[in-house]
Design a protein around this ligand. Structure first.
Ligand code: GLC
Ligand code: CA
Length: 564
């Protein structure tokens, strides 16, 4: 069995723009994170993934990097990063940098050079193409669509050609087949390691290789055909090179974001113990297990429990003896957990159930900021309230489909909007939710007087305290080895309301039962030898004569009797 420091960590994801504003300009910053280290320490987390804070024109809030070795003036300075790293270390916390490999900003000096002329030395840093001629007209080289809508190519007047951009037009894609690009990125990663970073969350990592430039056969003018730029063979060569040149020497942890419908086989190629690429992968299989793929059905969100079970169970099974997984529900690109998979009416109870379901699995848990207090989706009513580039693009698309119904277009755009996760962290019932002393760049959720950190920390039985307890059990209790390293076994798989599993380590085992039912349910547990209760999210969850009574959204964790 492999044991590593990062397997025993509990992660916390920070979206710096929305976390805490230390200087009152309405935008979160690095000093703001530093001021909240005590808070994070009290919660118990010790591995912070901080979304990008590089210098950037902020088309995509920092994922459009203008200078990989400079800090955005919105967020602070290089000195602030160094101070944050040092203070975090004092508290035994480590920091993951969000490493953006696939693209830069169009304002990055490499791109400014690259677009100057076809013989510029930086030309091959990006993916340029003259386009194709159809009926005397110049068209995009392929019909591929981009993630944020429209073509994956942008015409550039200056050098009279197209560049590839699978996200926004302000984010041109780097040419990873150019060894100079690979060297530059390896150098950047090494410099950050020298500055004290302990690892990387690697952005959009599955997209570094491209298919041959042939049209997609999907329907539509610019169809989003993931297979043209996701999980293609050379990604693995590039990552292997980075691993050998940079990662392995420094014992850093690396977690790649593998969109593009990465299969389990792909996941293992990236991150099995012997893959020599990454330590872990963030896959997306469990993100949309509800009725939201059909955005018309927005009346009541319904969880698809078989889909959730299938997603978690199959990755657990595949990585069993072969690798390690990060455990997370949703991130800064998704709606809020309570609104998506829990119940806004039954926030504390459903939030505790969802936390329990995740935190007892095998892997390294990550909490997304605000999840620990049960923050919810925002009641957006006007597109002007939106900041996110991809939501605005989606709204325009929907509006073209239903020009007479802007309300429907807005509803469709906001229900999946990335801004749901980006409204300011709700620290207190004070002005602007205690996030800032002036108007924040996105409004805080109107429920902040009821739902905020201060209140959650001070209330017995709160969701926050439940998270703190789960972390404490994983990190400091005598169940630690069982929770961290134990094997994972799905249980009661076909039960319509329950998500259940067992963890076993040496001769000890834990049994985790989580209910998605809005009603009280009974579960027959004759087949199991229950011992004592470890965690419960409601005092009325009880066992009487082999029958477990679970409250709505109930969750319990029992120790099973030891097998002798
Ligand atoms: C990743 C990030 C997302 C960003 C995109 C482009 O998916 O999580 O926020 O927009 O990459 O960098
Ligand atoms: Ca600020």
């Amino acid at each position: 069995m492999q044991k590593k420091w990062w397997m025993e960590s509990v992660g916390y994801q920070i979206y710096p723009k929305s976390f805490f504003d230390s200087n009152g300009d309405g935008i979160g910053d690095l000093k703001g994170i530093e001021e909240k280290l005590d808070y994070l320490d009290q919660l118990g987390v010790d591995l912070l993934w901080i979304c990008p804070f590089y210098d950037s024109p902020m088309d995509d809030n920092g994922y459009d990097v203008r200078d990989f070795r400079e800090v955005s003036h919105f967020f602070g300075s290089m000195e602030d990063v160094k101070s944050l790293i040092a203070k975090a270390k004092e508290k035994g916390m480590r920091i993951l940098l969000d490493l953006v490999l696939n693209h830069t900003s169009d304002e990055h000096p490499w791109f400014i050079e690259s677009r100057k002329s076809k013989d510029n030395p930086y030309r091959d840093y990006y993916l340029w193409h003259d386009g194709k001629w159809v009926d005397g007209l110049r068209k995009e080289p392929t019909n591929w669509g981009s993630f944020f809508g429209g073509s994956a190519w942008e015409y550039d007047v200056q050098s009279d050609s197209f560049y590839m951009k699978i996200f926004s037009k302000k984010m041109p894609d780097l040419n990873w087949s150019n060894p100079k690009v690979r060297d530059e990125m390896a150098k950047i990663a090494s410099l950050w390691i020298d500055d004290g970073i302990d690892g990387f969350r690697i952005d959009a990592v599955s997209h570094l290789d491209r298919a041959p430039l042939e049209d997609s056969t999907y329907e539509g003018e610019f169809p989003l055909d993931w297979f043209k730029f996701s999980n293609l063979p050379k990604v693995h060569l590039y990552l292997n090179e980075l691993h050998d040149k940079v990662f392995i020497k420094n014992d850093v942890v690396t977690i790649g974001e593998v969109g593009g419908e990465a299969s389990i086989e792909e996941g293992l190629k990236y991150a099995s113990y012997d893959s020599r690429e990454l330590s872990m992968v963030f896959h997306f299989d469990h993100n949309w297990c509800n009725n939201l793929h059909d955005v018309h059905q927005t009346k009541e969100i319904k969880v698809n429990l078989p889909c959730l079970k299938n997603a978690f169970f199959k990755w657990q099974d595949a990585f069993k003896d072969k690798g390690w997984l990060p455990l997370y529900w949703l991130n800064h690109d998704h709606p809020r957990l309570i609104s998506h998979y829990g119940s806004e009416k039954d926030r504390t109870q459903s939030g505790k159930m969802l936390a329990t379901l995740l935190h007892f699995q095998r892997g390294t848990p990550f909490i997304y900021q605000g999840e620990e207090i049960g923050m919810m989706n925002y009641p957006f009513e006007d597109i002007k309230e939106i900041n996110d580039v991809s939501t605005i693009a989606a709204y325009r698309r929907y509006l073209m489909e239903t020009p007479d119904d802007p309300v429907l277009a807005l509803r469709k755009a906001v229900i999946r909007s990335r801004d749901q996760a980006r409204t300011p962290m709700q620290w207190s019932e004070g002005p602007y939710a205690g996030f800032s002393t002036s108007t924040p760049y996105l409004s805080p959720h109107p429920n902040y007087k009821k739902i905020n950190v201060k209140k959650e920390m001070n209330t017995k039985g709160s969701l926050w305290r439940h998270y703190q307890h789960l972390i404490q059990l994983r990190k400091h209790s005598d169940l630690k080895d069982l929770i961290v390293y134990g094997d994972f076994h799905p249980e009661l798989v076909s039960h319509p309301d329950l998500f259940c599993y067992r963890r076993t380590y040496q001769n000890q085992s834990l049994f985790i039962l989580c209910s998605f039912s809005k009603k009280r349910i009974n579960v027959d547990l004759k087949a199991y030898q229950m011992d004592h209760l470890i965690v419960s999210n409601h005092p009325k969850n009880t066992i009487r004569q082999h029958t477990l009574f679970l409250e709505p959204y109930g969750a319990v964790v029992y120790r099973l009797k030891e097998e002798l």
